[in-house]
Ligand binder design. Sequence first.
Ligand SMILES: CC(C)(COP(=O)(O)OP(=O)(O)OC[C@H]1O[C@@H](n2cnc3c(N)ncnc32)[C@H](O)[C@@H]1OP(=O)(O)O)[C@@H](O)C(=O)NCCC(=O)NCCS
Length: 348
Amino acid sequence: MAVFDCLRGLSKPTNRPLAAGASFLPTTGIPRSAKDHVIETNPIILVLILLVPGFLYTFPFMPSLKSSIERLAALGEVEHDPSARQTFLEFREALTQGKIRAAEKIHGRWTVNAWVKQGILLGFRLGQLAEMGSGACLSFVDKDTFPARQFSAADHVRVVPGGSSVREGAYVAPSVICMPPMFINVGAYVDEGTLVDSHALVGSCAQIGKRVHLSAAAQIGGVLEPVNAAPVIIEDDVLVGGNCGVYEGTLVRARAVLGAGTILTRSTPLYDLVRGEIHRATLDTPLEVPENAVVVPGSRAVTSRQGSSSEVKKGAADAWGLSLYTPVIVKYRDQKTDRGIELENWLR
Ligand SMILES: CC(C)(COP(=O)(O)OP(=O)(O)OC[C@H]1O[C@@H](n2cnc3c(N)ncnc32)[C@H](O)[C@@H]1OP(=O)(O)O)[C@@H](O)C(=O)NCCC(=O)NCCS
């Protein structure tokens, strides 16, 4: 109780949360001399300031961004909460700066931060339709909470002219190259040295590693729909070939190569001809492409599982000579693969 009395003596509560790392002393509104007097005559306060700064800065004035987002996401009528927009804007800026991520690798394991998706959905709830763009020829109408990002040379991101768009709330690291037209959606994280080629999509919350090549028309699916979807993760030094589609939380491990036209979803079994395994997503885990795997589009016979309908299906497939598309691991990356996908440094 004494602690709270001391805090009350120093700081009149305001509606505004304290910025991270900020001291509450300058916000009290008490004249400087009076503050000094309070400190000099209250040794307990001095001890608190010296010993527990983290406590003073974060409790009870600044609930973390995560808990603020979770609280707002749980509200039915968030539009009427005056702090909601400001909290969302802080959240969006942290995403744009790459300080928070939809998923992150902790001790070698990818962990999904579900609250980040909640924050993004909050932005859609709070947003009002607004007219954007130059107005003369090209005009756009979108939620005002998700405008397009404006880059400057200081960002060291090359955005080649020709109709690309990166939403606020997407992190694009210095040295990334964006070829036109391409789109990077909110919550996406694109790391250093990556090339996003023409007609490529980096969907919402997708996590793209360092030195990844997203080839022309590669589609990296987003996470906002369906509701419980996990983000697609492409680790470092992966080549995603032209016209590939990687969806539904698929995890592509480092240095894997997806041959042109490969499609990966939660429902696609991945046949590993080298190791004699079939990789599948489970209820709890996404489809995972192993490190260094070279995956190409293939086909397989229609299978017959228990149950009459699939037997009918197989009978019809045999009669018509049909097979189904499937991705196949034909090899693990070797020097020939490296030569085939080597990038020209001078272009970077
Ligand atoms: C996958 C890829 C990199 C080839 O890798 P590689 O290590 O040189 O592969 P190899 O030539 O050793 O082929 C291994 C096996 O896979 C087969 N294969 C290779 N690429 C294939 C493809 N895209 N589709 C089907 N089969 C393929 C080969 O025929 C070979 O099988 P075989 O021995 O039975 O004939 C290449 O096919 C590819 O898709 N490159 C991406 C091109 C692209 O999208 N560029 C971007 C431009 S913006």
